[in-house]
Design a protein around this ligand. Structure first.
Ligand SMILES: [Zn+2]
Length: 317
């Protein structure tokens, strides 16, 4: 099944899961002249003016990026060309500035998204999420021993001989759902909420982390009831999207409410209302000026769910 063209999905790299287990093969890839290195510093990526900085091996050596990086992780193959992430996160701000000179700028990934191509976005998101996991997993969660990166950065192993536990990259599953209510004989409406952690004029879908011991459908029902006091009886999968802030997988659903009664939990959300397709079509975009309601960012799966619902309503007419 083809997934929709959501930002951060549609990965073009072959992850070469078997080949990357060989140290010899990885070294060969690192030493090829056309191999691409993408440096990251904590949550920032490097740009040369308004273009994502992609370094060849020679450029990365000359610019001292390889010698200054604390780690180098293999992402995959673009045809025959290998792509690696260089982790500069252990450098201080001052050392980073010295390294970059005036030619390169470190920019926040999220605010720099308009400068990144559709092909680059999933690669960089993947590199950032992998890098984040490595920074979190320097020490073993079982015994506190130091861990070592293996398989080009796709496995870590505890260095304590008595423990030797293996650790693998993690993704946090998050359900995100557009809740619809269809009144008998009336027009469908959908539930959108104002959230504590996004600008107050933005209304978006509900979302929440999946609990241990819970199916995705159960997580949807629980989150909708906890946040808005709404009961849903039908949950349908729509699409998923890697969300590298820092390492979630957003799993999108449509859910059908059994009534339009709302009972907000203000610890979870600021407010929630039912909106018709006509009302939503008058909303502005994220970041627009004015006091009108705004829709979520265009790169988000929340926006995809809302746009898909609007299309469905238009088809009904
Ligand atoms: Zn251990």
């Amino acid at each position: 099944m083809n997934s929709p063209a959501l930002t951060f999905s549609q990965m073009s790299l072959n992850r070469a899961s078997s080949a990357r287990k060989s140290k010899h093969w990885l070294l060969e890839q690192q030493n090829k002249a056309d191999t691409v290195f993408l440096p990251v510093w904590r949550s920032l990526c490097l740009f040369e003016q308004d273009k994502l900085a992609e370094f060849t091996r020679e450029q990365a050596i000359t610019g001292q990026l390889i010698s200054q990086a604390s780690n180098c992780y293999f992402l995959g193959l673009d045809g025959e060309q290998a792509v690696f992430v260089l982790d500069l996160s252990e450098l201080s701000q001052k050392l980073l500035d010295n390294l970059l000179t005036d030619k390169y700028q470190a920019k926040d990934f999220r605010s720099a998204l308009p400068l990144i191509t559709a092909r680059q976005a999933p690669i960089l998101a993947y590199g950032r999420a992998l890098n984040h996991w490595h920074r979190q997993c320097q020490y073993c969660g079982y015994c506190g021993g130091k861990t070592l990166s293996l398989d080009g950065g796709h496995r870590r192993k505890c260095q304590s001989e008595s423990c030797a536990k293996e650790h693998f990259p993690r993704t946090d599953p998050v359900v995100i759902m557009l809740v619809e209510y269809q009144p008998p004989g009336g027009k469908a409406k959908c539930l959108l909420a104002q959230h504590h952690n996004i600008p107050s004029k933005v209304v978006s879908t509900l979302a929440g982390f999946v609990d241990p011991g819970e199916s995705l459908e159960e997580a949807v029902s629980r989150e909708v009831f906890e946040e808005a006091g709404v009961v849903v009886d039908q949950v349908t999968y729509m699409a998923s999207q890697p969300w590298p802030f820092p390492n979630s997988l957003m799993i999108g659903f449509f859910a059908r409410a059994t009534s339009d009664e709302i009972n907000i939990d203000n610890d979870e959300i600021v407010d929630a209302c039912w909106f018709s397709a006509e009302e939503i079509s008058t909303f502005d975009n994220w970041g627009d000026a004015g006091d009108n309601y705004q829709l979520p960012r265009k790169e988000s799966i929340a926006r995809y769910l809302i746009d898909s619902w609007l299309e469905k309503q238009a088809e009904k007419q």
